[in-house]
Design a binder for this molecule. Structure first.
Ligand code: ADP
Length: 436
C-alpha cells in the first residue's frame, strides 16, 4: 500500500490515506486511522452495547474531511467529476466543501439518504473539534434544534439529493414521514430524486445459491418444495407441504412493524399457516417473538441472531415473506423474495410500494401481480393481506403464476445504475468558490 496523504492532527493521532488496492477493477483508497476505526466488538457505528461510539463525530468527520480533499483534487493527483455521498456518515463532506477556504473548481455533489431516521446528531460543542467555522452552527447551516446534524449539512449543501425509492422521496417531504427534515426537503422542490436500489443478483440467485439444498429456477420450480421441507425440518416446524409458510428476515425494530405481526398472528395461524422469523434487535420484540414460538411449537419458529446463510434458506424455503414496515426507504428482503419466488406481503410504504404489485383482481387478470400490499399499516390490514395470500395459495396454479412473474422481474442493479448515470449527467453545476 502506498501512502497518499496524512490525516491532519485535528483528528487525533496519526492516520493516513492509503492507495494500491483494487477491487472489481476499481482503485480503492483506504483511510487507515486505527485510533478511530480499529475497535474491539460492536460494529462500524455502535459499540458492543448498542450505543454510538463516543467519538463518532471524529470518526465520520475524518472520513468526510478526506472526501472533501479528494473532491478538490488535492490528494493523489486526481479529481473526480462527481462526489456521491451516502447518509450522514459522509454528508459532512458537503460541509467541508462549502467552507473550503481555497479557490478551485469543485465537482458536483450528490447526497443519497438511505434512511432519514439516522441524522448524525452531535452536541454543538463539538464543532471546533471538526475544524469547521462557527458560522456552520446556523439554522441555515447544520444546526438542528441546538445540535449539529451531519445529515443536515448534506441536505443544505449538497448540489442534489436522492433517496432509495420514488415513494420514499415523496413521503419524506411530509410531516408524517419527514422526521423533522420535511421542511428542509420541501425547500428544495426539484432537488430530490428517488431511485430504487438493486440487489446483487449473483449472490441472490436461487439457481446457483450454495446455501440451498436444492437450487431452482422458473423452469425448475418444483425444487423449491425441497427447500421448504428442509427448512421446516431445520426449524422444527411441522412437515406440512400444504401449509403456507411465511417468513421474516429483519432487524427487530419499531420501524419494521413486527409488533403488528404479533397482533395478527392468531389470524395467520387460524388459516393453518406457519411462521419462521430470523432477526435481532429490540428486547421487547425479541421476547414477544420468543413467546410466540414457545406458545405455538411446530407452527412458529423464531431464531434470534444474525445469520446470512439461514436468511438464504428462509428465502428459498418459505412461500411468502412478510415486511410490515411502518416506513421503508427501499427494503431489500422483498426484492430477494421476488427473486426467490417467495411472494412479498408488504406495507404500502416507501420502496415496498414501488417494488411489489398487489395481487388484486385486475393485476391477477393481467398477469402482473407479484405479491400483496396492505394499507394502512395496522395489524388488521396486515391480517387481511395474510388471509388474501392464504386464499391465493389454496389455488396452486394461480399462486404459481404470480411466483413466476415475481421471479422474472429484474431486481438487479442495472436499472438503478442507468438511473444514477443519468442523474450524474444532470447534476447542477456547483456554485463558484466564495459563493454562499
Ligand atoms: P434495513 O437496512 O432497514 O435493516 P433492508 O431490508 O434494507 O432493511 O436490509 C436488511 C438486510 O439485512 C437484508 O439484506 C436482510 O437479508 C439482512 N438481514 C436483516 N436481519 C438479518 C438477520 N437477522 N440475519 C441475516 N440477515 C439479516
Amino acid at each position: 500500500m502506498r501512502k497518499v496523504a496524512a490525516l491532519p492532527r485535528l483528528f487525533g493521532a496519526a492516520g493516513a490515506l492509503l492507495a494500491g488496492h483494487t477491487a472489481a477493477g476499481l482503485q480503492v483508497w483506504m483511510l487507515d486511522a486505527p485510533h478511530l476505526y480499529a475497535r474491539k466488538g460492536g460494529g462500524p457505528y455502535l459499540d458492543g452495547d448498542g450505543h454510538d461510539w463516543p467519538d463518532n463525530h471524529l470518526r465520520f468527520g475524518a472520513l468526510s474531511w478526506v472526501g472533501a480533499q479528494i473532491a478538490m483534487g488535492r490528494l493523489g493527483g486526481w479529481q473526480p467529476d462527481v462526489v456521491h455521498l451516502h447518509d450522514w456518515q459522509a454528508a459532512l463532506t458537503a460541509g467541508y466543501l462549502h467552507f473550503d477556504p481555497a479557490p478551485g473548481a469543485r465537482p458536483a455533489t450528490l447526497l443519497t439518504i438511505h434512511n432519514l431516521a439516522f441524522q448524525g446528531l452531535f452536541g454543538a460543542g463539538m464543532l471546533p473539534a471538526l475544524g469547521l467555522p462557527a458560522g456552520a452552527l446556523d439554522v441555515d447551516g447544520m444546526e438542528y434544534w441546538g445540535n449539529l446534524s451531519f445529515l443536515k449539512a448534506g441536505v443544505q449543501w449538497a448540489d442534489h439529493l436522492s433517496t432509495v425509492s420514488p415513494t420514499y422521496a415523496r413521503e419524506i417531504r411530509t410531516v408524517e414521514h419527514g422526521m423533522g427534515f420535511d421542511g428542509l426537503l420541501r425547500a428544495r422542490p426539484d432537488g430530490l430524486t428517488g431511485i430504487v436500489n438493486g440487489i446483487d443478483d449473483a449472490v441472490w440467485n436461487p439457481a446457483t445459491d450454495p446455501a440451498l439444498v436444492a437450487q431452482y429456477s422458473v423452469r425448475r420450480l418444483h425444487a423449491k418444495a425441497t427447500n421448504k421441507a428442509a427448512l421446516q425440518a431445520e426449524l422444527q416446524l411441522e412437515a406440512r407441504p400444504g401449509a403456507p409458510l411465511f417468513c421474516v428476515v429483519s432487524r427487530l425494530s419499531t420501524q419494521k412493524g413486527l409488533d403488528l405481526l404479533l397482533a395478527a398472528l392468531p389470524r395467520l395461524l387460524a388459516r393453518g399457516a406457519q411462521l419462521a422469523v430470523l432477526g435481532t434487535g429490540e428486547r421487547a420484540l425479541e421476547d414477544g417473538l420468543r413467546r410466540a414460538a414457545h406458545d405455538h411449537p411446530g407452527d412458529v419458529a423464531v431464531t434470534i441472531g444474525y445469520d446470512e446463510p439461514l436468511s438464504h434458506r428462509m428465502q428459498g424455503g418459505a412461500d411468502a415473506i412478510l415486511v410490515p414496515s411502518r416506513f421503508e426507504p427501499c427494503g431489500l428482503t422483498q426484492l430477494y423474495g421476488l427473486r426467490y419466488g417467495t411472494l412479498p406481503v408488504v406495507a404500502r410504504v416507501g420502496g415496498l410500494a414501488d417494488t411489489v404489485i398487489d395481487a388484486n383482481e385486475a393485476a391477477l387478470r393481467d398477469g402482473v401481480a407479484t405479491g400483496f400490499q396492505f394499507s394502512p399499516v395496522v395489524a388488521d390490514a396486515l391480517a387481511v393481506a395474510v388471509e388474501r395470500a392464504c386464499d391465493l395459495f389454496a389455488d396452486p396454479l394461480a399462486w404459481q403464476r404470480v411466483v413466476k412473474r415475481a421471479m422474472t422481474r429484474d431486481v438487479g442493479w442495472s436499472v438503478a445504475a442507468g438511473a444514477y448515470r443519468d442523474l450524474y449527467d444532470r447534476l447542477p453545476t456547483p456554485a463558484p468558490p466564495g459563493f454562499t
